[in-house]
Design a protein around this ligand. Structure first.
Ligand SMILES: CC(C)(COP(=O)(O)OP(=O)(O)OC[C@H]1O[C@@H](n2cnc3c(N)ncnc32)[C@H](O)[C@@H]1OP(=O)(O)O)[C@@H](O)C(=O)NCCC(=O)NCCS
Length: 188
């Protein structure tokens, strides 16, 4: 029977991405349509060059010289990635950094994404000048919308984005979270 330990018994952390993560990133993320169908930039069928490009763009420069890109680890194992992208992703909110993330399918449904989002928001709000963070999610992505709601995000608008994997334009919600809303929601 599949393990169903409560997520608090697992150790969820963020760490820097490294070149050695490429293989598991490729297998767990790029090669699973159930993951990439919810993203905009990942192609289907998977293209190795796309994953290699992602790793070749990693930078050790601090935000806002570079985005914050982290591996999500569960009990030390690579489980997915999370990113605070530089402002400019959203036409209507060009001043806000944007959150993005994915977890490998074996890690779904155990609270890990919610914990990873909390961790990166704690890091983001510790940066001077970051008082609000934005996110974008396909309107039919119930899982991601739940994760965002649980960390204080509220829907403030809509947009359309082309999904490379789906090969079509998809309706998205635009969401934001302020530092105050984040603290209130997580009960700090
Ligand atoms: C979306 C995703 C990150 C969720 O990760 P996760 O670790 O399973 O999320 P959590 O366990 O923290 O779930 C948070 C809440 O959402 C609910 N949830 C998770 N997946 C769900 C789904 N597919 N449908 C409905 N609710 C879902 C959980 O039950 C939980 O609710 P609860 O706290 O009331 O029990 C993961 O499914 C994923 O990586 N999907 C593919 C990529 C993706 O969608 N990225 C985000 C793009 S915006």
């Amino acid at each position: 029977m599949r393990e169903q330990k409560p997520s608090r018994l697992h150790d969820v952390q963020l760490r820097n991405l490294r070149a050695a993560d490429l293989e598991v990133f490729w297998n767990l993320g790029s090669c699973n349509y159930n993951v990439v169908r919810w993203l905009t930039g990942a192609p289907w069928p998977p293209q190795r060059s796309n994953a290699e490009d992602f790793f070749s763009q990693l930078s050790s420069a601090p935000y806002p010289l570079a985005p914050i890109r982290r591996a999500i680890t569960v009990d030390g194992a690579f489980a997915g990635t999370i990113e605070l992208a530089l402002p400019g992703d959203l036409d209507d909110l060009p001043q806000l950094p944007t959150l993005g993330y994915w977890l490998g399918e074996p890690f779904w449904g155990k609270g890990f994404a919610s914990r990873a989002v909390r961790l990166i928001l704690q890091q983001a709000f510790a940066i001077e000048g970051v008082g609000t963070v934005a996110a974008r999610a396909f309107q039919d992505n119930a899982g991601s919308l739940n994760v965002l709601s649980k960390t204080g995000f509220k829907i403030v608008g809509a947009c359309e984005r082309y999904s490379k994997a789906r090969g079509e334009t998809v309706a998205c919600h635009i969401l934001i979270v302020t530092h105050d809303d984040f603290l209130e929601t997580i009960g700090s």
